[in-house]
Design a binder for this molecule. Structure first.
Ligand code: DX5
Ligand code: ZN
Length: 225
């Protein structure tokens, strides 16, 4: 079942509670945390996540684009996040961190920037509930989807299946009506969409349309394998 996670990076930050309600029916709300060190942009932190989690019933999928996630990630679980994603490039002890996130009661997830290969992380996959393959360089919404990431999505799906894991495979960056089918056919099952949802006249309808499109493409992809 395809899940659609609207990214509030493309929402109006002065009206976050309302913007969360505008995508009622979304599976998760994707919250991009940027520290101006790991990426050249600065967004929000623990207090805003805490306030947002009280303001919406939709679970929060926090994507930490920050240095030292070992130090900060657990606080996002305490703030109410249902899933916390740290970057492979930034974590000092990813196994310990994933275990700590799970022990605190959230789903543990790890993200890979476009230039980071999946292969060195194969043995760690059982420690994770989700793997995020970035389909743009992290830092900004509204960038063009990187088609060159499709082979990595396919290879990641093969590794997950090879180990018989139930973990989710998320894509983030440039996902839209034009690109979501390619991602789903390649094996992604969780789709972050910022501008494609909040740039639409009816964000909730955009979520439903993307989910249907992804579901149909996934069925085609499964037949092709
Ligand atoms: C980019 C963020 C994304 C961003 C996606 O670094 O991680 O979550 O909000 O925005 P779109 O869907 O517009 O590319
Ligand atoms: Zn993100």
């Amino acid at each position: 079942m395809a899940q659609i996670n609207p990214s509030i990076l493309s929402a109006d930050f002065a009206r976050l509670a309302e913007e969360a309600r505008a995508v009622d029916g979304a599976d998760w709300l994707h919250v991009d945390v940027m520290d101006n060190h790991f990426v050249p942009n600065l967004t929000l932190g623990v207090p805003v996540v805490e306030a947002l989690s009280k303001a919406t019933g939709t679970p929060l999928d926090c994507h930490l684009m920050i240095e030292a996630p070992d130090r900060w990630a657990p606080q996002y679980v305490e703030a109410g996040a249902g899933s916390v994603t740290f970057h492979a490039e930034a974590a000092a002890a990813p196994v310990r961190l994933a275990r700590e996130i799970r022990a605190k009661g959230a789903r543990a997830s790890m993200a890979l920037k476009p230039a980071t290969p999946i292969e060195p992380w194969e043995d760690l996959l059982p420690e994770l509930d989700m793997l995020l393959v970035m389909t743009v360089e992290p830092g900004f919404g509204g960038q063009a989807f990187l088609d060159i990431m499709l082979p990595k999505i396919r290879r990641t799906r093969q590794l997950i299946d090879k180990h018989g894991l139930q973990m989710w495979l998320q894509v983030d960056g440039g996902v839209s009506a034009d690109t979501i089918e390619r991602c789903a056919e390649a094996g992604a099952d969780v789709f972050v969409a910022g501008s494609a949802v909040y740039g639409a006249d009816d964000p909730a309808a955009a979520v439903r349309a993307l989910r249907t499109q992804a579901g149909e493409a996934a069925a085609r992809g499964a037949h092709a394998h």
